[in-house]
Design a protein around this ligand. Structure first.
Ligand code: CU
Length: 335
């Protein structure tokens, strides 16, 4: 189960923990059953370079290289003729080495910043088994359409559990985050992640990657000191993301930066097609810079015609230089 692969056996969320958390009536299922409809379909058609194996994690619960393409499809069950996807989320607290000088205590889901990329298909039922071991009250507030009791604003105390359940609608690129006040602090310390709901008909095969722009208010001054893609400042500058020349890349991009009203995003030497909020099947336009308010997200598609290294970053260059900067390493591929 992808979301738990970094957890020791002793930390697995077993029935006993559930009972302790007062959810004895909850139904738990085995680890088997995940499947990747899109990956299976696209494996023959999409070329994805092998990932470097020597990249550091700096204390994050997942290697940022793997985080790019790490999709959690949940544990699949059939209930009354319907596909149910069960996800397990644990809120916790752990240090992250943001640079050589700063070790920062994050609040996070499943030990990682951003949290796992949850993925379902339009019309599925999503069930999230949430256990709070974070030491403070937390929640999971999902963007989407659901009843008020599933909106993730009621605090879940430390040591308690809750089951969020709702329909996977509408299709698109969505997000989740903690909604305890001050929300800026709970999001900024790491309690956020991506929820992808694929359209029923799917999307064309592509090399799919996830990038979350986030930021850290290290000094607790209501402003950001460091910025990052997928949790670690400057990471993809030191360790460029390998992609193949001519290969269609589908980028799921989320702006999860608090305090700054908006961020832009720019890729060098190319243009991308824009699918706003991932809620359309045809692009609305092309650009090489896009502006995104907090929690705004878009699917961007592009392919690089020339091999080489190309930067990507917000075009607010002070933000880029404070850590929100990375590079694609476009590997030659004959067409
Ligand atoms: Cu919280």
């Amino acid at each position: 189960m992808p979301a738990f692969k970094n957890f020791g056996e002793g930390k697995r969320w077993g029935r006993r923990q559930f009972l302790q958390a007062g959810l004895g009536g909850a139904v738990l299922v085995g680890a088997a059953g995940s499947y990747h409809w899109q990956n299976q379909r696209s494996r023959q058609l999409v070329r994805v370079p092998p990932l470097p194996t020597d990249t550091p994690t700096y204390g994050n619960g997942i290697n940022p290289m793997q985080a790019l393409r790490d999709f959690d499809y949940g544990t699949v069950k059939q209930e009354n003729g319907r596909t149910v996807r069960e996800f397990r989320m644990i809120a916790g607290t752990s240090p992250l080495q943001l640079n050589s000088a700063v070790s920062y205590i994050t609040w996070n889901y499943n030990g990682r910043v951003p949290g796992p990329t949850l993925r379902a298909r339009e019309g599925d039922r999503i069930r999230v088994l949430f256990l709070n071991q974070g030491g403070h009250a937390h929640t999971i507030h999902f963007h989407g359409i659901h009843p008020s009791n599933m909106d993730g604003v009621r605090p879940i105390s430390n040591g308690k559990a809750f089951i969020y359940e709702f329909d996977a609608v509408p299709y698109g690129l969505h997000l989740y985050h903690c909604h305890i006040a001050p929300v800026t602090r709970h999001i900024g310390k790491g309690l956020h992640g991506v929820l992808i709901i694929d359209p029923k008909e799917g999307r064309s095969p592509a090399d799919e990657i996830v990038l979350v722009m986030n930021a850290y208010d290290i000094k607790d001054r209501q402003r950001n000191d460091l910025y990052a893609f997928n949790g670690l400042p400057h990471y993809y500058m030191r360790h460029p993301i390998p992609i193949y020349q001519h290969q269609l890349v589908r980028l799921y991009l989320l702006n999860m930066v608090e305090f700054d009203p908006a961020l832009t995003f720019h890729i060098h030497a190319n243009f991308f097609r824009v699918y706003p909020t991932g809620m359309v099947l045809k692009p609305t336009h092309e650009a090489d810079v896009i502006t995104m308010g907090t929690a705004e997200r878009h699917i961007l598609e592009f392919a690089y015609p020339y091999a080489g290294k190309y930067m990507f970053h917000p075009h607010q260059d002070a933000i880029a230089e404070a850590g929100c900067m990375g590079m694609f390493d476009v590997i030659p591929q004959s067409t």
